[in-house]
Design a protein around this ligand. Structure first.
Ligand code: ACO
Length: 309
């Protein structure tokens, strides 16, 4: 049996930091409003000359170094993003070029908004289990700051830029043990970017809490596990209240949840690999532990992935 195992993680945040107090100078808002509704304190914004692929490159180089591999061992590159450098070529091809990968392996983007990293991870896992790839670079990277409507204070205060990357490799031992993906296009207008992000915040909140609760239950039931068996929940970092609701559903103490939304804001497809890299590098995540990822995003798309680290 072939499994896929994460053998290295990396992340990158642009240098520019905007606190809620900085936003108070730009829009009619307050630190207290933002923090109490979302848990966000600050977020990073890309420089004018920084593209999504630049953020992805920095995160990828760190993941490659952590995995101890040569970039040319990567035989598939997948980038989850909703803020690509341009319409085409895909950000994954740009990244493959910037990494100097010359082996001709496939490279493509996945657009599932905040659910993108879960979709990309599942796709990479299937390539590995199907024998079509051995070493996959999976990246979540976003420059959402260019999609913000500064006249809409209900959304512009919630998002940030960043990138996270993992190296996934074929392994005889787990690895990714389960994945559940879903979509429901009937709610496509509840949260969208055309060209700026807009949403019905209250409806998004209710929908997110409901489907995340359902999908974590679905994945744990399949494996006959409960919240007590999960060592770390690494959720999509949209909003601390959504994260707390999912942890409560799992019966998990917040001490077992990796939270970075306070420092990163909502970085869409980048948020899970950014949070994961944080918890791997500070030593919280250790071999043998059960790690659960979950995310929901515009579309709607949502899903969960269970990993034996
Ligand atoms: N600063 C100050 N006041 C504001 C701001 C702001 N930035 N934005 C809105 N308000 C005001 C509104 O004008 C409104 O005022 P009014 O009552 O006088 O009309 C009031 O605050 C609304 O406040 P609440 O009803 O308390 O807002 P709510 O509790 O719904 O919080 C929020 C809004 C944070 C958007 C919430 O609905 C939410 O978290 N939704 C989930 C959205 C989310 O996380 N999306 C992320 C993308 S999706 C994803 O990643 C899953």
């Amino acid at each position: 049996m072939i499994y896929s195992k994460i053998i290295g993680t990396g992340s990158y945040l642009p240098a520019k930091v905007l606190t809620n107090y900085d936003l108070e100078k730009i829009v009619d808002t307050s630190h207290d409003w933002i923090f109490s509704r979302s848990g966000i304190v600050e977020r990073h914004f890309a420089a004018d000359n920084e593209l999504t692929s630049d953020l992805a490159l920095q995160a990828s180089l760190k993941a490659i170094e952590a995995a101890g591999i040569d970039a040319n061992e990567i035989d598939l590159v997948i980038v989850a993003t909703t803020s690509p450098d341009m319409s085409f070529p895909g950000t994954a091809c740009v990244l493959q070029g910037k990494l100097g990968i010359k082996n001709g392996g496939p490279a493509f983007d996945i657009q599932a908004v905040c659910g993108g990293f879960i979709y990309a991870l599942n796709t990479a896992d299937m390539y590995i289990r199907g024998g079509q790839a051995k070493t996959v670079l999976v990246v979540g990277a976003e420059v959402l700051s260019r999609m913000l409507d500064w006249n809409d204070r209900t959304t512009c205060v919630l998002f940030g830029d960043g990138a996270g990357a993992i190296i996934l490799r074929a392994s005889a031992t787990p690895g990714i043990v389960a994945a559940k993906l879903h979509a429901d296009g009937s709610h496509r207008d509840m949260l969208k970017a055309d060209p700026f992000i807009s949403m019905d915040g209250k409806s998004v909140f209710k929908f997110a809490v409901k489907v995340l609760s359902d999908v974590v239950e679905e994945i744990l039931d399949e494996k006959n596990l409960s919240g007590a068996d999960i060592d770390w929940l690494v959720p999509h970092q949209a909003n601390i209240r959504i994260i707390e609701a999912t942890a409560k559903k799992l019966g998990m103490d917040m001490a077992k949840v990796v939270v970075t939304v306070d420092r990163h804001g909502n970085t869409s497809a980048a948020s899970i690999p950014l949070a994961l890299d944080t918890a791997v590098r500070d030593g919280r995540i250790k071999p043998g532990q059960n790690i659960l990822f979950e995310a929901v995003g515009g579309g709607f798309t949502w899903g969960a992935v269970l990993i034996r680290w």
